[in-house]
Write a protein that binds this ligand. Sequence first.
Ligand SMILES: [Zn+2]
Length: 340
Amino acid sequence: MKIRGAVLHAPRDVRYEEREAPKILQPTDALIRISAACVCGSDLWPYRGINPVTEPTPMGHEYCGIVEEVGRSVTSVRPGQFVIGSFFASDNTCAHCRYGYQTSCQNAVPVSGAQASLLRVPLADGTLVATPGIPSDDLIPSLLTLSDVMGTGWFAAEAANVRPGSTVVVVGDGAVGLHGVLSAKQMGAERIIAMSRHAPRQKLAREFGATEIVTERGDEGVDRILEVTGGTGADSVLECVGTAESMMQAIRSTRPGGSVGYVGVPHGVELDGQDLFFSHVRLLGGPAPVRRFLPYLIELVWDRKIDPGKVFDLTLPLSEVAEGYRAMDERRAIKTLLRP
Ligand SMILES: [Zn+2]
């Protein structure tokens, strides 16, 4: 059997093409019929040639859909259920998983090839969480975000120690940054300052709970944050970009004793020990253990308390995946939803 999906051949060359359908390989695997997938900001690193593309690579790691088949040892999900999983498969039983760091699972396996009609998910029992029933179509975009971006924004806010009453700064106005705003709001932050210079993203940041917008960046951005926080800096700063500039901007915008949650995949970030030492700032980040947050975030979406699916401002059939990447690369779209 063949399926069709997105394959990256070279920088800016992503094709919708036929390949062998995935099969159950391990007794712990599940096959998911994809209801919706999407293009991630991190897909743009290889798309732009910043991460090398050495061979044709099936793309996509954000997914939700209906279980089609399970391996013989899978017990927690069954065919016909609607499920969501993380971009890293995890057993959810090892020591790191039990501490809630499933992306550091001792048996972690990256999930790839989700921009397709059918996906194999390893370690299905540990990785997949079923929704209470089959969702109505309008909930699918929001449920899909829980597979990565919304869970990552949530982790950024949690890692930055956001508390009721906190003053929060969010560096980065991509989907993760916007979900960081939404997460900080849910966690009871009093002031949420979104750093963004793009009008449509500023608007969505405000809808998600941002109370102020700062358009400056770099040194000017830091000066502006210090100015609006009475010279002290923020309690919590979410770094959702991954460049040297954004990371330093985050650290320098944080008050002594405050925390930075960093979830942008670092590219060229090097920290100076002396700067770090004298900043008095806590750092926690990494690939978000979204599996930990899935049950709670599914509940919030299911009860329509949050609507993170608003970040999708472009929906395309999967066959037009190349345009989906182009639109995000050119920043014409915040995030592209793909329907097989
Ligand atoms: Zn584990």
